[in-house]
Structures are given as structure tokens and as C-alpha cells.
Design a protein around this ligand. Structure first.
Ligand code: FMN
Length: 226
């Protein structure tokens, strides 16, 4: 849910605990439980976080562009990625990327938090690495399991979820760690805003690859399941 949330409607303690309980039971590599979660519902702290500014990087604009479709027809054909219309026009034209980065103003996180009464920031504990996992890939997958578990529980309780990856951006992370007194070895994995939408989100086109496009039968390249 990318729409603003109702700032006056709190998530009940009971629902919050259920969401955290779901995160608690997420599977993690070697049962390392390589995460901590910071719950933020204090208005003053939310405001301080909301005032942190982030600026879009050229890398983001370039790599984001690779995932874009420029019409619903194109997205339905590709079955992967997102619609370009979700982003500013200058992010949709490679000739304007340099200008877009130069002219982009740092924007406060409050534009992303959009009145959410509560934020969860999920931290990756870099001291708990999955054994012999190159780049701690298994550790990162574990964080994905945490994300999915809390997402599904919130959804089942009728609480809307919006993942905010921008919280792990380097300059944002540095500020967050300073404001929230986060120990050095904890890295921001992602944040989640929870709440009840003020308005309905316009119906968004959702696409996925067909099963035959990513499932292989007995040998790679054989997509026939029969
Ligand atoms: C690791 C991860 C990071 C994501 N980060 C964001 C984000 O920062 N902002 C956002 O609006 N959605 C974010 N999403 C949601 C994806 O954009 C969304 O799942 C994808 O576009 C498919 O959309 P659909 O499930 O509605 O079809 C993230 C999802 C995952 C799994």
C-alpha cells in the first residue's frame, strides 16, 4: 500500500505483537536469528526520522530504468518489472538522467513515511553470519523470510504494509543510526510502515512470469511439466 495512512488510527498492541511474533518465528539460516527490529511509534522520533533527507542516485535511476515498461501492454507482455508511470518523467528518459540527478533535490523521508503512525526498522546483525555462506547470502535470504512473515501476518490482520527500502540507503542509514543510537554492527535491512490507508489505492496492474518461464523439468531449459 503506497497511499498515505491515517495518522490517528493506531495499530493495536495486540496486532503489533502478532506481527512481531510472526517475525520472531521466521526461519533463518542455522537459526541464527540475525535480526533486530526497532519499533517506532513516538511522534517526535517519527518526525526526526521524517526530516532525514535522501537523494536519488544515478545508479538507482539507471538500474530502475532497466525494470520499466512504458505501457500496460508492454508490462503484460514482459511479465516482469513495473510501470514507468510510477516514476517522474525525467527518470524514464536516459538522455535526461544526468540532468535528473543534478537537479534532484534531497527529499525528506516524511514524503515516504506518509503519516504512518508506526514504523518497524529491521536490522541485519552483521556479527551473526550464516556459516560458509559467501557474502552471507543465506543471512540475507533469512531477512527476506522475516519480511515475508511480518507482511503476511499484517495482511491477515487487515493492517497495510509498505516496504521502504530507502531506509537502507547509505546516507539515510548513517543518520538513522545516529538518531536512534544503533550499534555499529547493525545494518539497516529495510523498514516497514504499517497502518490503515486514508484512501483506496488505485488498482495496480500486477504481473508475474508464467510457471513455465521459471520452472525447469529434469534439466534446465526443459519447461514442459507434462
Ligand atoms: C526486498 C523488497 C524490497 C522492496 N522495496 C520496496 C520499496 O522500497 N518501495 C515499495 O514501494 N515497494 C517495495 N517492494 C515491493 C515491490 O516493489 C513489489 O513487491 C513488487 O513491485 C511487486 O508488486 P506486486 O506484488 O504488487 O505485484 C519491495 C519488495 C521486496 C521483496
Amino acid at each position: 500500500m503506497r497511499v498515505p495512512f491515517d495518522p490517528t488510527r493506531q495499530i493495536s498492541k495486540e496486532n503489533l505483537v502478532k506481527i512481531l511474533e510472526a517475525a520472531r518465528w521466521a526461519p533463518t539460516a542455522h537459526n541464527m536469528q540475525n535480526f533486530d527490529i526497532l519499533v517506532i511509534d513516538d511522534k517526535k522520533v517519527l518526525e526526526r526520522i521524517g526530516n532525514i533527507k535522501s537523494r536519488v542516485s544515478e545508479t538507482f535511476i539507471r538500474e530502475n530504468y532497466q525494470q520499466l515498461s512504458f505501457s500496460e501492454k508492454e508490462l503484460l507482455r514482459k511479465k516482469v518489472g513495473i510501470l514507468g508511470s510510477n516514476f517522474p518523467p525525467e527518470w524514464r528518459d536516459p538522455a535526461k538522467f544526468d540532468k535528473a540527478v543534478c537537479e534532484s533535490m534531497p527529499r525528506p523521508l516524511k514524503e515516504r513515511i506518509r503519516n504512518s503512525p508506526i514504523l518497524l526498522i529491521v536490522f541485519y546483525d552483521s556479527t551473526k553470519r550464516a556459516p560458509a555462506s559467501e557474502g552471507d547470502v543465506l543471512g540475507f535470504i533469512s531477512l527476506g523470510c522475516v519480511m515475508e512473515n511480518l507482511w503476511l501476518m499484517a495482511q491477515s490482520l487487515g493492517v497495510s504494509v509498505h516496504i521502504l527500502s530507502v531506509f537502507s540507503e547509505k546516507t539515510v542509514e548513517k543518520e538513522l543510526k545516529r538518531i536512534l543510537k544503533v550499534p555499529e554492527h547493525m545494518k539497516v535491512a529495510f523498514a516497514v510502515r504499517l497502518g490503515y490507508p486514508l484512501s483506496k489505492q488505485a488498482k495496480q496492474l500486477r504481473v508475474r512470469r508464467d510457471i513455465e518461464m521459471f520452472v525447469h523439468h529434469n534439466r534446465f531449459g526443459n519447461n514442459d511439466l507434462c
